[in-house]
Design a protein around this ligand. Structure first.
Ligand code: FES
Length: 106
């Protein structure tokens, strides 16, 4: 069970246990992490699960592609390390991964 750390825009840290194969969004919402409304429930159609993958972890995930990249065009303050957390599937090599939450989501 990889432990993920979510950091809110105000600096508050949340450590969450994730299940292999579960989405990062699911791990966060099941643990009631604020700042990830995930309005569409993971259907890649709302962009309210926007996260920034910490720079130190970028080699563990691919950049957003296809439909996810298109949907990120609607996200506030998209950056090169932006990902929709419903499209990030937890794997063993994500143990310790840090994700930052945008200021627009609370
Ligand atoms: Fe809606 Fe991720 S939960 S796009």
């Amino acid at each position: 069970m990889p432990i993920l750390t979510f950091i809110e825009h105000n600096g508050t840290h949340h450590q969450v246990k994730g299940e292999i194969g579960q989405s990062v969004m699911q791990a966060a919402t099941f643990a009631s992490v604020p700042g990830l409304p995930a309005d569409c429930g993971g259907a890649c159609s709302c962009a309210t699960c926007h996260t920034y993958v910490d720079e130190a972890w970028l080699d563990k995930v691919q950049a957003a592609q296809g439909m996810e990249s298109d949907m990120l065009e609607y996200a506030f303050e998209r950056r090169d390390n932006s990902r929709l957390s419903c499209q990030l599937i937890i794997s063993e090599d994500m143990e310790g991964m840090v994700l930052h939450l945008p200021s627009s989501q609370f």
